[in-house]
Design a protein around this ligand. Structure first.
Ligand SMILES: [Zn+2]
Length: 412
């Protein structure tokens, strides 16, 4: 019954005034203006407004101008399909379920306007449906933990093929970045899914990791900015909906992550959002679409945060990907559904090339993301087995620093 109540509540909040909202959206999109569904936006703006007031007083903010190095924010949208991210709502699924209100989201730019505006202005996307090569999880079982570990280490894990692998047994890019960075707060991870608390790093206690409702490493770091600790404490709902067992819904994960980024200007931040996968497993296409819309607003807030962050923001590259795709029925994924191997990589700002949606020269893998992060952060390359990935030169400027990026952009 609890679940039913939530479903009703969410539906009312997010889609209750759908007709009016879609009309506004269509009109603004036609005018080429930035737009949002007002009642949808409210929840996130409200939260980040509160955060902004806190962090504008935080003394750590001056670090931005002093940290003239490249930074990375890696965002994973759990089980987001390329179909919706690039092409919008699946018309077949929407019509099967009589979701007439969703049918107006006929493109990726209409469904996820913030992401696509950012991509158009400052980014490159690999693996769109129009790309004959694509970006893939190595599998063979296309589920979350193997996908995350492939992303975070730079090679497929032969000994991890399900979500029961336990703690990660080798260093991840978070460990590597932490070893290079002097400060404990320079590397941070925020995840909705609690399992990631033991998977994002071999030494999570050397950094700041908040995964799900309960798992927190780096309490002492958060405590140095009391507003951050307060956000963590107040972001611990009694109910794990839409997930299970300690899952923290994305808006609370993102609220903490954005506040942390603004307060601490980290070198490497990992953000793992999961509502998309949770709703999809319930067969709730509307919830899945709503979660993608919310993710889009989070990315918009992230872009605004970077814009406010001076040189640090300009030197920050955002990489957006998915740990796996979904079956053609959208609900499932895994080894039985080869099509669920398909993912994507979108590079934004910082060292990202400005090519928009491109056709890649060869297939790419999730394993290519870690070498890309190492390149941007100038971490040493690693010799990994099996099948290490290679740096995504089609998405990232390979030269040295910002002047090269600028030169490269002027060159075209
Ligand atoms: Zn899943």
């Amino acid at each position: 019954m609890k679940r039913d109540h939530h479903t009703t509540h969410l539906a009312t909040t997010l889609w209750g005034r759908k007709t009016a909202a879609v009309a506004v959206v269509t009109a603004l999109a036609a005018a080429g203006a930035a737009w949002s569904i007002p009642m949808h936006h409210e929840s996130i703006t409200l939260l980040s407004g509160e955060v902004r007031t806190f962090v504008s007083r935080a003394p750590t903010r001056v670090q931005w101008e002093g940290r003239e190095k490249n930074n990375v924010i890696l965002v994973v949208i759990d089980g987001a399909r390329v179909q919706e991210v690039f092409d919008g709502v699946d018309p077949v699924i929407a019509s099967q379920r009589a979701f007439a209100d969703l049918e107006s989201f006929t493109s990726g730019a209409l469904l996820m306007p913030e992401l696509h505006a950012w991509l158009r202005d400052e980014g490159t996307a690999l693996g769109a449906p129009t790309d004959p090569h694509g970006v893939f999880a190595s599998g063979p079982n296309f589920v979350s933990l193997p996908g995350y570990l492939e992303i975070l280490t730079g090679h497929a894990q032969s000994d991890c093929q399900d979500n029961e692998c336990g703690a990660v047994r080798e260093k991840t890019i978070l460990d590597e970045a932490r070893e290079r960075a002097g400060a404990r707060d320079a590397v941070a991870a925020f995840a909705s899914w609690p399992i990631l608390g033991r998977a994002v790093a071999k030494s999570p206690d050397a950094m700041v990791v908040s995964a799900g409702i309960d798992s927190l490493y780096g309490w002492a770091e958060l405590k140095k900015t009391p507003a951050l600790l307060r956000l963590w404490e107040t972001g611990r709902p009694k109910d794990s909906y839409p997930g299970l067992d300690g899952y923290r819904t994305d808006v609370l994960t993102a609220r903490l992550a954005l506040a942390y980024i603004e307060a601490r200007a980290p070198r490497l931040t990992f953000i793992a959002l999961g509502d998309t996968d949770e709703y999809a497993h319930k067969g709730d296409y509307r919830g899945y679409i709503k979660a993608l819309r919310q993710t889009d607003l989070i990315l918009g807030e992230l872009r605004n945060t970077l814009k406010r962050s001076g040189e640090w923001g300009r030197r920050t590259t955002v990489l957006v990907t998915a740990d796996h795709g979904r079956a053609n029925d959208f609900r499932n994924h895994g080894g039985a559904y080869p099509e669920s191997a398909r993912s994507f990589v979108i590079a934004l700002g910082g060292q990202a090339r400005q090519e928009g949606i491109i056709t890649t020269s060869a297939p790419h893998r999730l394993a290519d993301i870690a070498p890309t992060v190492r390149h941007i952060l100038r971490l040493p390359a690693r010799d990994l087995n099996p099948k290490p990935g290679s740096m995504l030169a089609e998405a990232i400027v390979t030269g040295d620093g910002k002047s090269m990026a600028l030169h490269d952009r002027l060159d075209r």
